[in-house]
Design a protein around this ligand. Sequence first.
Ligand SMILES: Cc1cc2nc3c(=O)[nH]c(=O)nc-3n(C[C@H](O)[C@H](O)[C@H](O)COP(=O)(O)OP(=O)(O)OC[C@H]3O[C@@H](n4cnc5c(N)ncnc54)[C@H](O)[C@@H]3O)c2cc1C
Ligand code: SF4
Length: 330
Amino acid sequence: MREFGYRRARDVAGAVTLLEADPDARVLGGGTNLVDLMKTGVERPAQLVDVRELPLQHIESTSGGGLRIGATVTNSDLAAHPEVRRRYPALAQAVLAGASGQLRNMATLGGNLLQRTRCGYFADVAQPCNKRSPGTGCPAIAGEHRNAAILGASDHCVAVHPSDMGVALTAFDAVVSYETTGGPGELPIADFYLPVGGTPHRETALPPGALITGVTLPAAPVAAASRYRKVRERASYAFAIGSVAAALEVEAGVVRDVRVALGAVASRPWRAREAERVLTGAPAGARSFAAAADAELAAARTLPHNGYKVALIRNLMVAVLTELAEEDAR
Ligand SMILES: Cc1cc2nc3c(=O)[nH]c(=O)nc-3n(C[C@H](O)[C@H](O)[C@H](O)COP(=O)(O)OP(=O)(O)OC[C@H]3O[C@@H](n4cnc5c(N)ncnc54)[C@H](O)[C@@H]3O)c2cc1C
Ligand code: SF4
């Protein structure tokens, strides 16, 4: 690991000033991803700006009936918060499905959104990788790609975003707030992550030197009946090979409101808009759920070793929606 400077920010203005002063500075949240990447040389910041003592550790109700979650709220505190569990249960479930208790005690909301892909080539500085070293190529396409993207990928990168939390935040239309020396800004999560295209190294629309200050979840009554389901290669402490966050409201047997987002299928948490379109106004039953999954997955493109994901996600969507419909009927 190369030498680096360390500064502890006392307030948000001080943090963004430090970040702007040095383009090679990085925000340090819990450090559970950044420090690992520094050890392997993938990240080589000149300075770390520790933001853990900033007053961004609160979860509050908004006047519009939503929730505001500060950027340094730990994953453990987020998952345990009674209003998160009551109003957005899929979010609490998604957070608890990720990492381990020790990691969740350290990891923060901001860091979870910006954690980097777990693609093995990205993590190995001896390998080419368009995301880490633009223009060097993507060895995953002809190599190890069992967990590669099936939606929205490009010939430049097929890596998936690893966050569980991000999938639930995407289902619930979270808005990401940030601060720069030029003032505050906001990005709906649908615009926060950039499409991979020919620039896989550009992952978000955050301006350079921006500090994420929090996330706002708009009021969403449907979210109270929501669920997150994750499939992984072992029972715990593993990243998803597929996941679904869904919420469902049924009236007289017909889908009145629905949210679906998918994890580990694309370079970003994937909002299943086509599935939602098919479901809205349709009978709440297995046939509609399967048709919705098929509609969403019609755009899937697979490589030789990740084709299993299409069936996995289809089955997962149908299972989660069926469970939600059965609960609604009780
Ligand atoms: C063994 C292991 C298993 C894991 N399993 C899972 C899993 O199953 N599911 C899952 O979702 N995650 C998993 N994780 C990832 C873990 O959740 C992330 O490492 C964690 O969420 C990152 O949060 P952090 O605060 O530690 O971020 P850091 O490591 O501090 O930072 C990560 C990135 O975000 C930037 N950053 C941090 N905060 C801000 C901010 N406020 N503004 C701007 N930039 C910021 C940093 O500069 C850095 O680039 C796992 C991690 C490990 C080590
Ligand atoms: S899939 Fe993306 S992250 Fe992995 S090697 Fe290819 S360019 Fe790099």
